[in-house]
Design a protein around this ligand. Sequence first.
Ligand code: ZN
Length: 167
Amino acid sequence: MASTDPNSRVEITEGAVGKLIVAVGDFPAGTTMTESVCSAAEVLSAPTMYTVQVAPGKHVDVKTPLMYTAHSCAPSGKIVVSEQATGGWTVQVESTRDLSKGEWVTFDYNSTEWDMQSPFDCACGAPSCRKSIKGAKYLSKEDAAALLPSCSGVIAVKLRETTLSSQ
Ligand SMILES: [Zn+2]
């Protein structure tokens, strides 16, 4: 029987721009490809390079292999966060299209960060590449609308209150 641990579905590999994760087999859209669980005590009030924002003023350090999920402007996955009864958080990357063995598992970093601690120039190669990745705050209205369904709750709320409510 196949392992039910989502982290068995990916492996870390060394790419041109550093470590990233790839699918170890073929998986349909909607598969949890990797997950990172953190306790209430591990929730941080400020972001770092390896945190995902899960709620206003709450950031969690994601662990390996999820921490090596690469950014793409045309990603193969999205982040799904859920709070546990204990106050801890589960952060998952769910595939948003069918993945083949060896394909990069990616998500759009703008979907989880409002104003990035470590902005970077993107070279993902997608036709829709936005080149400069700084956080959801800097998205055009068109890009914000396109990304909205993949955004974590806190980012979706902020986009609706700002970029998407402007004329
Ligand atoms: Zn890009």
